[in-house]
Write a protein that binds this ligand. Structure first.
Ligand code: GTP
Length: 157
């Protein structure tokens, strides 16, 4: 288990075990790969981030992951792989989020991208994300760096 502070100095716990913090997490985050590029969304308030969001009452976490990727980028997922889970001990509440890795088939233009400005494709993620104003706070802690290291180590990217 890893423990570190996020952008807002909240404590975050991260693990690659199978559902270490909750069997029914209420949030999902999806690291997306399309034709050797990273697929992100441009959130209207937060900036560039991998897609994700809340699990709705009548769906499970995997269904939420597929839906959020579609809504925020227009992408259809070919293969979704559970990677890990993290817990954010916020001032007001504790949230648990599943991390997935998604291999994308195709990206289709959407009429709406909900609270985002739609898909963003990047060959490489910049070195300075933690200081880069274009990027969302959820990309600014070790969840991203440790997850990317894990994907590389597993030969998935
Ligand atoms: P509502 O319940 O709709 O009001 O949502 P909310 O604005 O309270 O946000 P949410 O429940 O999604 O998250 C609550 C808090 O958890 C946020 O304000 C963040 O501080 C934190 N949080 C949510 N997602 C992440 C994440 O991916 N990474 C980190 N580090 N913190 C997160």
């Amino acid at each position: 288990m890893y423990e570190f502070k996020d952008y807002y100095r909240n404590t975050v716990q991260l693990s690659f075990e199978k559902h270490p913090f909750s069997q029914k997490p209420k949030h999902v985050w999806v690291i997306c790969r399309y034709q050797n590029q990273w697929l992100l969304t441009n959130h209207q308030d937060r900036g560039y981030e991998f897609p994700g969001g809340k699990v709705e009452p009548r769906e499970n976490a995997e269904e939420a992951a597929l839906r959020e990727v579609k809504e925020e980028t227009g992408a259809a997922v070919r293969k979704l792989t559970y990677l890990g889970q993290y817990k954010v001990l916020g001032r007001e509440k504790v949230i648990v989020k599943n991390i997935y890795f998604a291999e994308i088939d195709k990206i289709e233009k959407q009429d709406t991208y909900y609270e985002t400005k739609g898909p963003v494709l990047l060959k490489d993620l910049p070195e300075d994300i933690a200081k880069n104003r274009k990027y969302s706070f959820i990309m600014k802690d070790s969840v991203l760096t440790i997850s990317l290291d894990k994907l590389k180590k597993e030969g998935m990217v």
